[in-house]
Every structure is written in C-alpha cells, then in structure tokens.
Design a protein around this ligand. Structure first.
Ligand code: SAM
Length: 185
C-alpha cells in the first residue's frame, strides 16, 4: 500500500478514536452530573404531546432536562410564535440541542441545573425525568409558577398530585414514552 494512503488511513482512525473517546467521556460526565440519563422522548410521539398542551401564541414552554431539544423544536414547528426554553446539564445533549436549535430565535437553551432554574415565566413545563427527581423539583415549580401552569410528565407520575388527564401515546410496541400525564399548578 502506498505510504500516503497508509498515513491517510491512520489519520482517519485517529480521528475516529479521538471522537469516540471525547463522546464517551462526555457521556460519563453526563451520567455523573445528571439526575436522569439522556433518554430522549420517542420522535413519533412528539406531535401528540404538543397537541395535548393546547398552546397559544402567548405560551412559554419549558423542557426541564431538554436533551437535544426535540420537544421544543416540535413545539415551535407547530406553534411558531411561542417561546421555548430548554434546560440541560449534560454537555453532549446540550451542545446537540444548541446546534439543532441554532436557527430558532424563540428557543433558548440554558446549560443549567434544573434545580436552580427560574421557571416563573413558564405556562407549560415538560418533564421526562425519574419520579424521585420530579418529587424533588415540584416544590420550586409550585412556589414559582402561576396557578394554571400546565405540567406535562412523560411516563412518570407526579407524587401526591392527581393528573387532570392521562393520555396513552401512539405506541408501536415501544417500552418508553408510552403515556403523558397532565397536571395543573
Ligand atoms: C430522559 S432525558 C429527557 C430529554 C428530553 N426532555 C426529551 O424528552 O427528549 C433527561 C434529561 O435530563 C437531563 N438532566 C438530568 N438531570 C438534570 C439536572 N439536574 N439539570 C439539568 N438537566 C438534567 C439529562 O442530561 C437528560 O438529557
């Protein structure tokens, strides 16, 4: 094999290795600092979730632990005049979300801990988090948010509160993102 070709192949392998190590490390860092893993909501149920939120042009949608911001992207796709805010602590999902939302001025992504985030402007809050994380988060949501604010939780219940609606999401045999529970502050 030609020497130049060997060097080129070696460089490609090196780049793949470096990218793999960086992504792997970022995932390990995320797992260490986040309170829930990066498991995105299934793409096929996003539209159904947004439709359940009954958004208007005045809506301000928060996704606490927004991952790659897919829920917010679908929300502004269906309702271009809303404002959307995503909060994400993991470096990989955060930067992925930043890239994916770069053309949307009405989506703001914050690299923050959800427990130290001001949610007082939210009209709708989307959660795809573990029940114990939701439980820890609820006091600050209830303290900050105006009565009537909608909390939409994917799959998991909000302990101690009655949902006003439970929606079975379109299911193609998937084990996750199966239902949406809607609560009102
Ligand atoms: C199950 S994923 C849901 C992602 C996104 N909401 C979706 O539905 O596609 C949970 C996300 O919350 C993030 N997260 C977990 N704990 C967090 C915290 N304390 N502050 C901010 N983000 C957090 C994780 O990094 C992860 O991306």
């Amino acid at each position: 094999m030609d020497v130049a070709l060997r060097i080129a192949l070696l460089l490609v392998l090196l780049v793949i290795l470096v990218v793999g190590v960086v992504v792997g490390l970022a995932h390990i860092i995320s797992a260490l600092i986040a309170d829930a893993p990066y498991v995105p909501t299934r793409s096929s149920v996003l539209r159904a979730i947004i439709n359940e939120l009954s958004l208007t042009d005045q809506s301000v949608v928060y996704d606490l632990g927004c991952g790659d911001a897919r829920l917010l992207l679908e929300a502004v796709h269906l309702h271009p005049h809303i404002r959307a805010v995503g909060v994400e602590i993991g470096p990989v999902p955060y930067w992925l979300g930043k890239w994916r939302t770069r053309k949307h001025k009405n989506i703001q992504l914050l690299r923050k801990n959800i427990f130290s985030t001001d949610v007082s402007k939210a009209t709708h809050i989307y959660l795809y988090l573990f029940p114990h994380v939701i439980k820890k988060l609820m006091p600050s949501i209830l303290e900050q948010c105006a009565p009537g604010t909608i909390i939409a939780s994917c799959d998991f219940e909000v302990a101690g509160r009655e949902p006003f609606k439970v929606v079975e999401l379109p299911n193609d045999g998937a084990k996750l993102s199966k239902r949406l529970l809607l609560y009102r502050v």
